[in-house]
Design a protein around this ligand. Sequence first.
Ligand code: F6R
Length: 369
Amino acid sequence: EKSGYDYFMLKEIVEQPQAVADTLLGRVGVDGTLTLDEMRLAPSELREIEKIVIIACGTSYHAGLIAKYAIEHWCRIPCEVEVASEFRYRDPILDRQTMVIAISQSGESMDTLMAVRYAREQRARVLAICNVNGSTIPRESDGVLYTHAGPEVGVAATKTFLTQLVACYLVGLYLAQVRSLKFGDEINAVIAQLANMPAQVERVLATVGPVRELAHSLADSGTVLFLGRHVGYPVALEGALKLKELAYMHAEAFAAGELKHGPIALIEEGLPVVVVVPSREGRGVIHDKIVSNIQEIRARGARTIVIAEEGDETVRPFADELIEIPAVPTLLQPLVATIPMQVFACELALAKGNDVDQPRNLAKSVTVE
Ligand code: F6R
């Protein structure tokens, strides 16, 4: 039950360190060897893969977008990501050397299921990443990697999103191991960092308190914009989706580099803009570029709400509100950067008097196309 929380969503946000830990449990050996048995795809098959196509809807699609950055970087396999409802209607190119990854919390989204059926007809190998045991999508796929988030009752995906990210990282790192790439040391280092993420997720939850007051102060805003770069861009998309579905507010996310190509015209006095700043580790250039983006929008009147890693003094002068998250490797940053967005959307919705477990017009699993 709700264990003292007013809403399941609040409880599910707090359960995230455990959900992440449970999804890693038994899969990461002490020496960094990964065991993903239920994948049912033999290493010899995985070595034949030439292309990966990720299909999913909504929040699961955002997990897929993040997976692309990680998989292409670690495995050097081209990776496409597409919303499932578009996928099979455009005659996609699939064959035996294509691995399709279908991400679905419920395992029942009709759009994703139809895309899975289509992919199998085209002889692609299909791996499902799902949270609900024995649901339709894993049953119809070649292999499955279950997320161990436990049941999610709130309609908005929170803990299942974080565990989908973990599952995607595991697949990417496993593929890199099986294909024994030149980055062996890097891969082992990332596995160790991934194993440490439950503690980092716990730390964000401990510091996210001020986001609540901030959210309440923004309840009357008409629009909130979200900006990010690299893996921060899908995190921004996810922040905007959460705000739409829970607070019924107009929210839109952009890749920060696209601002100058049009959206900057939207910036006006007092407009709240949430910016996800990439970690400085290994991504110095994009970090500096986004800092200048923040300066640009602030000079035009935006109220800047900046999510940045702790100790990043470069953003402080341009942040009207600074939300600090632990410093973690860039590719893993979505695991910590998403949490303030969830809390922000949830609190803003509560400030407006909305039922965050049952937002209007939405169902937990969408079983129609
Ligand atoms: C957003 C949300 C939806 C789902 C989408 C896919 O919070 O929950 O966008 O992510 O309907 O659902 P699954 O993952 O069950 O296929």
